[in-house]
Design a protein around this ligand. Structure first.
Ligand code: VGL
Ligand code: ZN
Length: 212
């Protein structure tokens, strides 16, 4: 694989590197903490850096506890199927804070998502109702970004949905594989990779973006 030159119209989107998705968290993703080092290394090289933060109301509609159901069951919401999750990333709690070792002082924008009580939002662009915009597409366009590199947690949910909606919004998109980890629920990782490939989302590794 060849080096990829980072350009003035590139943006890095760091997805949901929060305590609840990391070791000991309420919805811990296997080996999640390993994304921190590559993300810390990548961020200083990007002219535009955005971090996203899953940010739910207490009793959020994506929580199994709100429906007296078990985590990882699937229910039908007005906007479509919804995986039910353990309570996680409740706004203002420690679980919603960024991983303590995530060291990205150059991040310029934090996009919070999933704060409408009745609607989930895996994507950093569009809520699960497929209609409500977060404002990220407009922000990136106004900052002059044309190509986005997406990484973080979890590959098969928030990273994939962000990458797919980024394509739909007209951005060139590349997922940085080694800076992502997956939940992998019933084949969701393989499905996410298939969907991303079909949509024209590229894949790369951080070593090809870093100098040296
Ligand atoms: C996520 C499940 C629920 C994610 C967020 O960040 O991938 N997954 N909320
Ligand atoms: Zn969530």
């Amino acid at each position: 694989m060849a080096k990829i030159d980072i350009r003035a119209d590139d943006a890095l989107i760091i997805v949901d590197v929060q305590n609840d998705f990391c070791r000991g968290g309420a919805l811990a993703v296997l080996d999640a903490d390993s994304v921190v080092q590559p993300l810390n290394a990548l961020a200083p090289h990007f002219p535009v850096v955005v971090m996203t933060q899953d940010w739910h109301t207490p009793g959020h509609a994506s929580f199994a506890s709100s429906h007296r159901r078990n985590p990882f069951e699937i229910i039908t919401m007005p906007y479509g199927p919804q995986v039910l999750w353990p309570d996680h990333c409740v706004m203002g709690t420690h679980g919603a804070d960024f991983h303590p070792a995530l060291d990205v002082p150059s991040a310029q924008m934090i996009v919070r998502k999933g704060f409408h009580p009745a609607v989930d939002s895996y994507s950093a662009f569009l809520e699960a109702d497929h209609a409500t915009q977060t404002g990220l597409a407009g922000y990136l366009r106004e900052r002059g970004a044309a190509r986005i590199f997406v990484a973080g947690l979890a590959t098969d949910f928030c990273v994939a949905w962000t990458a797919l909606d980024g394509r739909r919004a007209g951005f060139e998109v590349c997922v940085v594989d080694d800076a992502c980890r997956a939940i992998d629920l019933d084949g969701s990782l393989e499905r996410a990779h298939r969907d991303m490939e079909a949509a024209g989302v590229a894949r790369c590794r951080s070593q090809y973006l870093l100098p040296g």
